[in-house]
Design a protein around this ligand. Sequence first.
Ligand code: HEM
Length: 446
Amino acid sequence: MAMNSKGLLEFGTEVFHSLGRGSFFIDGPIFSKLKYFVTCHHQNIEYILKTNFSNFPTAADSDAWKVQRRIAHTSFTASEFKDLLSNMSSKVVEEKLLPLLAHVAENESTIDLQEVCSRFAFDINMNAVFGVHENYLSTELPSKDLAEATAKVQEAILYRHIMPMFLWKLMRLFNIGWERETTKAFKIIDAQLYHLISQKRKHLLQGIKSFDLFNNISSLPNKNDEKFLRDSMLSLFFAGKDAIASGLIWFFWLVLSTPAVETKILEELKLLFSSKKRQLLETHEWPYVFDARDLGRLVYLHAAICESLRLYLAVPLNSITVLKEVVLPDGNLVTPGVQIIVSNYSVERMPWIWGEDCLEFKPERWIDDDGLLIRHENMSKFVTFNLGPRTCLGKDMAFTQIKAVVTTVLFNFEVEVLEGQYIFPKPAITLHMEKGLNVKLQKRVI
Ligand code: HEM
């Protein structure tokens, strides 16, 4: 696994293919007692994540997680917060993303679209989680310590998953390798997060209200536990930021390399645009930004996003432990001490789960004969947003944000992917591109 870590996901998928089944055991490195059970069998996954959830804890399942989930759940289900996030997405798109892209188009320069997506995700999540307005998307593309430090930590987490614990603990002890980088990154994160927490407390004392996930910090059970607050903020920040950046960039890559899909999305948008124009009895100057409520009705766009999230899901692997010995639905016995690796990436790429055309980017598979959306989302074979008690809480928000960005970009710009680029997933806990996606932009005239 270490040797194949660059192409770990593809490697695992090929092994499933060659075995012709959805699970296999693998021994950990020599001298470690590690044993992995790798699975993409969707009934196993449903059993592990949903039906018998309590027997399969992940590193993050703790009392603190339960409180964090409660905080997030309360906010995400409140319509006030949903509206706020939705308006915030439109605002960031209109006031920050569009000017940056217009600047690139005017200067006929090139830009790494992955960098743009990450910057968008950073800005929007700083706003949602901490109530802070950043300008990471400004035309100077400023560097931000916090953004770079969080990216470093994300990378290191993957190595902690695939490396025997004694090895990374040894690296930590001697302060070398990734562990050294991680310690440095955490110092930066800590300094900034503790500063944000103390600012929030000050604002509360002064009666200044903020509209973010931690606006009711004083009512939290662990409100005086700084470390708990830091961890909660950080995990919510990570949850939204990286997944959105990943969802966006793979969508762009798939759509831009499949012209027929791009044309259909544009046709749907043009129809919506002309219906709005008639209603408003006015002409719109370039650029045009769609209303989030109208985008929610577009079937083909939704299908295309689901399809890209199926092929390139933000969280490709899930690492889970076993409490009590149990036989899984595929007949394999797992015992305490075995590390289960759920390969979400492979689930979506198995012909016996999604059909022989599983590797094709086909939004049509999400639309029925009556032109309505097929809700694969509710089935265990679409694992992009996880299943069971740890299901993503920001799923609706994710669709809103992705729709706001991709419609604005595709409708207002002709995006050309530069030739000769190496497009491959980067080894990290969230699925990003190894070397980004360089593009040229031109204003699109509708
Ligand atoms: C395409 C975008 C997204 C995808 C694919 C995605 C996927 C996921 C997945 C797989 C998990 C489970 C992680 C685990 O426990 O192993 C998760 C959890 C979570 N997601 Fe998302 N997510 C997305 C966007 C968002 C956004 C935009 C937000 C917030 C604004 C968000 C908030 C959360 C939260 C709060 C959890 C934690 C749930 C828990 O720990 O119980 N997600 N997401």
